[in-house]
Design a protein around this ligand. Structure first.
Ligand code: SF4
Ligand code: MG
Length: 309
């Protein structure tokens, strides 16, 4: 019987005290535990950054790769072994900056995997430079002057790119994040969970107190849950382009709400054929036996060469 402790490692964790990454790590371990996914059937892949250390702390297969390159590696792992649950993790700089091309093109494929982005609006590991999600005009304590270019909207970008599950959660609401991660992992297709994450060392703007609305006259929390407002991002009929476009437009519009109120929850979800299913249609043996179990050395490639003559 697996317990939460079975998903933890003894590797020393050097994240700063109070870092939101701890909440995300706990939520990942709790989600895997509650889904009863055996550690040997899970692979966690990361790029480079503070958050990219996550695979060291979760007792599953792990791959700490290169900057911005977690998604091609995650794609390779998933395609080679469809028996694995694949979770990619990384920061906003890693995923939406240097890895932006992979972010877009992985979404287009609808590979069955989950991408958890620790979004703290800065490059924490390299001393807090503005990341692609820092809004124009904002200046954190590590910057000499405010950002002069506009930040990107990861949720709207993901919906446009083709991700079939697009959600936002908050690192310090571990229960909400855990439930969102469980839904993302259970979703058949590419799932993005953009996770607002406090970086107390370099981001003194988007702090725990800021998300709690301490600076507002109302003192009301900025974050609110879409699911508590009657919002429904689920596409009922994927073959109805009118409904699909309406749900996408609704999600994109809502994803731009950023100020005194910030929504979290599932913005958009649709069931569509996965990349693996489409490959299996062209290559029946892929469906029967995952690549990792096929004997590549005994394959007869003569028909392939004959087709190319
Ligand atoms: Fe966390 Fe920021 Fe410290 Fe990195 S620099 S460990 S993101 S608090
Ligand atoms: Mg970051």
């Amino acid at each position: 019987m697996l317990e939460l402790k079975d998903y933890r490692t003894k590797v020393h964790n050097d994240w700063c005290p109070g870092c939101g990454d701890f909440g995300i790590l706990n939520a990942i371990q709790m989600a895997l535990s509650e889904l009863k996914l055996e550690p040997r059937n899970v692979a966690i892949v990361s790029g480079v950054g503070c958050s990219a250390k996550t695979p060291h702390f979760v007792n599953t297969y792990g791959f700490h790769t290169l900057h911005g390159r977690s998604l091609p590696i995650a794609t390779g792992i998933r395609l080679a072994n469809t028996g694995l649950t694949v979770v990619a993790v990384g920061g906003d700089g890693d995923g939406y900056g240097i890895g932006a091309g992979h972010f877009l093109n992985t979404g287009r494929r609808n590979l069955d995997f989950t991408y958890v982005v620790h979004n703290n609006q800065v490059y924490g590991l390299t001393k807090g430079q503005a990341s692609p999600t820092l809004p124009k005009g904002v200046r954190t304590k590590s910057m000499p002057s405010p950002a002069i270019i506009e930040g990107i909207n990861p949720l709207a970008t993901a919906i446009s790119a083709g991700y079939t599950f697009v959600a936002r959660s908050y690192a310090l609401d571990v229960r909400h994040l855990k439930e969102t991660l469980k839904a993302a992992i259970l979703h058949k297709g590419s799932a993005l969970v953009d996770t607002l994450q406090t970086c107390p060392t370099y981001n003194d703007i988007n702090t725990k107190e800021w998300y709690a609305g301490a600076d507002l006259a109302s003192k009301a929390p900025r974050l609110y849950k879409l699911e508590e407002t009657g919002y429904d991002g689920n596409v009922k009929d994927p073959n109805d382009p009118t409904e699909v476009n309406q749900k996408k437009a609704q999600a994109i519009t809502r994803s731009f709400e950023w100020g005194e109120k910030i929504p979290i929850g599932v913005f958009y979800r649709i069931e569509e054929p996965t990349y693996e299913e489409m490959i299996a249609q062209r290559m029946p043996s892929y469906k029967e036996v995952p690549l990792v179990k096929q004997d590549l050395y005994k394959r007869d490639v003569t028909p392939l060469f004959e087709a190319l003559v």
